[in-house]
Design a protein around this ligand. Structure first.
Ligand code: AMP
Length: 118
């Protein structure tokens, strides 16, 4: 069973912020912003490549509720899902990073110069 499935099953502790029948949100153990949450479907989905439109509909509503609950909906935030090796996905269970609580920079995504790939 994968790490995030164990969190869903409460076999591993996490700092849970919001939960409903199908989704779970908990605080990232290694936060990259003052607010750094991970929103996941309870069913195992490897990555965004495999997710169904139905799950994404529920995920959208869940993240909208989550950002209101933690008070970053008005100040702003970023939603990221990493996919595969180039995306930097470490945990192979679909998760959306929700980052906020401070002005976020835009520039830490790659050391590669996009001009080198034109
Ligand atoms: P990614 O690199 O997109 O796969 O992101 C995985 C994220 O999971 C990282 O930001 C980790 O800090 C976070 N993480 C790993 N283990 C745990 C855990 N037990 N509880 C909370 N967050 C975790």
């Amino acid at each position: 069973m994968c790490l995030f499935c164990k969190i869903v099953n409460k076999e591993i502790n996490a700092n849970i912020e919001l939960e409903n029948e199908n989704f779970l949100a908990f605080h990232d153990i290694n936060p990259k912003a003052p607010t750094h949450l991970l929103a996941i479907p309870k069913i195992h989905v490897d990555s965004f490549n495999e997710v169904s439109p139905e799950t994404m509909t529920g995920m959208t509503e869940f993240i909208q509720e989550l950002v209101k609950q933690v008070g970053i909906d008005k100040s702003g935030y970023r939603v990221i899902t990493n996919v595969g090796d180039n995306g930097g996905q470490e945990v192979k269970h679909l998760h959306f990073h929700v980052l906020g609580g401070a002005k976020l920079t835009w520039g830490h995504f790659s050391d590669a110069d996009p001009k080198d790939y034109l």
